[in-house]
Write a protein that binds this ligand. Structure first.
Ligand code: ADP
Length: 650
């Protein structure tokens, strides 16, 4: 549609409606004030002209107000607009009926008494009444959905504008025939001007109907009409007016007057033609630049772009098409698209082509299913294809944008194979890990049993240094057994994970309860600084993560200080970022990465117990939640461990 929609009229022509209807309302108000204070100029606008009737002024104010309410057209306003316009229609119809049936309902002197001295009756003249009815009905039906009425009323409104325009010109040129309809009555200048404003504002409410569409359309012609009409009208009016004055005051001879009028008319026309030409040429230039840019864009596109008509005949192809298919453009021009489609796919191509023309929407093929094209040498290759309906001067055509995805397909296959290989290797590794850990426990258990047997069987011999050695051996086997178990647990971590809504407040409370003994002994305080979220997570694993961090925060406390631990969380770029900060011994900057490696410890076993597996577990848990874990120095002392969990719902 080349015309502005009702929505955009509110934006673009809202001001026009407001200005013109305010103008009409002001004229009406001025007449009413004129009648009240008995000041003629206010009634007639200019001294010596006919005054506007009181009733006409009321009707004009009603219609002007209805139009002023129109731009913000909500439900309650619509009722007021309808009521105001219907009141005017009813009142004007009553007046007309009085004229037709020569009757007096007393409405004429309803507000002001008749003034026989000036030979002025209060009755609205029949032409004005008719025009008020047309405008009132047009405003009323604009609030309804009856398009047929709107069409007819739009043309009637044009008639109102034209006749009132002629009347106003009559006044300007002082030609009574134009405003004095002796067969009916005379229309005052103020009424004519107000009716021009009201009818023009009302026609704008239906931008796609009648002559208005000439001014509201989006095409270049409409743009020209908008720019030129007012200027031309004013120019011609000025010429006519000057000619009229010349005629009245005999400035120059009639012949010279005619010549001057003709010449100035020609000059003014030339100026307007010049202006239109320049504007059209500018646009044409822009169009040529746009066309050339489009051509360059098509030629430099990394895709093969092929334009084909409704019958599937190739109209144009870019240089990339030549490279991709091995045909020259001359060879392709006029050929059916089937030339670049493998024979076995011709039937399905024809079917798709039909359905594409029916739907007339952009279609992308080759993403979920494999589609193929064929080169001049007969080799087939996978493609991704986007079909776009394009409108050109020659009619509707289709632009096919083709990309060769052979490389992508190869890479996808490599990745797929590697993923399968990795999965198999991973399973093998897990199996080996499990078996190895299990089998390693067995000899350890044997060594441990024999140490116990030795101690039990030879109590007299095993003493002193030997006893001490055996004790060290026992401790080493126990530690080895623990390490193997931890290693086994690390391998199992997240294997049977279950994603579900997890309340982190509950998790922290549970962990605090579990660590109750340690907390009591160390007199640790744990503060949850912010409300912790309920998020989608692997609950068991998340609990282990919190447990490790809180446990470490208490374990690695300073000897002379009670541990204070603070826990909090914030949402950040699709992640939940948690922190667990303590006032403990802190971590050297150089160790901040290494502590997350399995079996890596920074403090020796003698100082703090442990196996160096806790943080490795934490890292693995953060990983399976799509996040990461790191450590920062604490605000004053100690350290702050931070980890992120992907917000699966974001
Ligand atoms: P473990 O606690 O068994 O030593 P972890 O993997 O939990 O093993 O921790 C690895 C190392 O990181 C620890 O040995 C310790 O040096 C350091 N560490 C962990 N948490 C803290 C903490 N809150 N404060 C200071 N150092 C810490």
């Amino acid at each position: 549609m080349g015309y502005l929609t009702m929505k955009s009229i509110h934006l673009t022509y809202k001001r026009f409606v407001i200005y013109t209807s305010s103008f009409a309302t002001l004229i009406g108000l001025s007449a009413i004030v004129g009648w009240i204070v008995k000041f003629n100029i206010l009634k007639s606008l200019l001294p010596g002209y006919m005054p506007m009737k009181f009733n006409t002024a009321i009707c004009i104010i009603f219609l002007g107000t209805a139009l002023l309410l129109k731009p913000k057209n909500n439900h309650s306003r619509r009722h007021v607009i309808k009521a105001l316009s219907l009141l005017v229609v009813a009142f004007a119809t009553l007046t007309l009926l009085q004229d037709v049936f020569n009757f007096n309902f007393g409405t004429d002197e309803l507000f002001v008494p008749e003034t026989p001295a000036e030979n002025i009756s209060g009755r609205i003249n029949p032409i004005t009444a008719l025009f008020l009815i047309i405008t009132g009905l047009a405003i009323f039906f604009n609030c309804t959905k009856k398009n047929r009425c709107k069409h007819t009323l739009q043309y009637l409104l044009h008639l109102v504008t034209i006749i009132c325009g002629i009347i106003s010109i009559g006044y300007l040129f002082n030609v009574p025939h134009f405003f004095n309809f002796t067969f009916i009555t005379t229309m005052p200048l103020s009424t004519a001007l107000a009716l021009i404003a009201l009818s023009a504002a009302t026609t704008i409410l239906n931008p796609g109907f009648g002559v208005v569409k000439l001014f509201t359309g989006k095409m270049i012609g409409n743009d020209m009409a908008r720019k030129l009409t007012i200027k031309m009208f004013l120019g011609i009016l000025l010429l006519g007016y000057l000619h009229n004055l010349d005629h009245r005051y005999n400035w120059v001879s009639p012949q010279l007057g005619s010549v001057l009028l003709t010449v100035s008319f020609m000059a003014i026309t030339l100026i307007f033609i010049w202006e239109s030409c320049t504007a059209i040429n500018k646009l044409d230039h822009k169009k040529n630049i746009a066309r050339e840019n489009f051509r360059l864009g098509v030629e430099s596109s990394p895709y093969a772009l092929i334009l084909s008509d409704a019958n599937g005949k190739i109209i144009h192809a870019n240089i990339q098409t030549e490279k991709l298919y091995g045909y020259t453009r001359q060879e392709l021009a006029g050929q059916s698209l089937q030339i670049i489609i493998p024979k076995k796919l011709h039937d399905s191509y024809n079917e798709r082509r039909q359905s594409f023309y029916v739907s007339n929407k952009v279609v992308t093929l080759g993403i979920e299913e494999d589609i193929f094209a064929v080169r001049k040498d007969g080799t087939e290759f996978p493609i991704e294809l986007i079909l776009t309906p394009v409108k050109t001067e020659e009619g509707s055509v289709v632009m096919a944008s083709v990309s060769d995805i052979s490389l992508r397909k190869q890479q996808e296959k490599i990745i797929r194979d590697q993923v399968i290989e990795l999965q198999v290797k991973n399973q093998e590794l897990e199996h080996v890990n499990y078996i190895a850990s299990h089998d390693l426990q067995e000899p350890l258990r044997t060594v441990s049993n024999y140490i116990t047997l030795l101690e039990e069987d030879y109590p007299d011999q095993i003493k002193g240094e030997i006893k001490q050695h055996l004790y060290t051996m026992q401790a080493a086997t126990n530690r080895m057994s623990l390490l193997i178990r931890s290693f086994l647990d690390y391998g199992k971590l997240g294997r049977n994970r279950k994603l579900g809504p997890t309340n982190c407040n509950d998790i922290v409370n549970d962990v605090v309860t579990d660590l109750n003994n340690l907390i009591k002994c160390s007199k640790a305080t744990i503060t949850v600084a912010t409300e912790l979220p309920v998020l989608y997570a692997y609950e068991t694993e998340l609990r282990l993560l919190f447990q490790n961090l809180i446990n470490n925060a208490i374990k690695f406390r300073k000897k002379d200080a009670t541990p204070h631990i603070t826990i909090g969380c914030k949402e950040l770029n699709g992640f939940f970022e948690f922190y667990v900060s303590d006032n403990g011994i802190g971590i050297n900057c150089k160790d901040k990465d290494v502590i997350f490696h399995i079996f890596k410890r920074v403090k020796t076993e003698e100082e703090y117990e442990g196996h160096g597996i806790g943080l490795a577990n934490c890292k693995k848990i953060a990983d399976i939640h799509g996040g990461k874990i790191w450590v920062e120095p604490g605000a004053e002392s100690g350290s702050t461990f931070k980890f992120t969990i992907l917000n699966f719902k974001a």
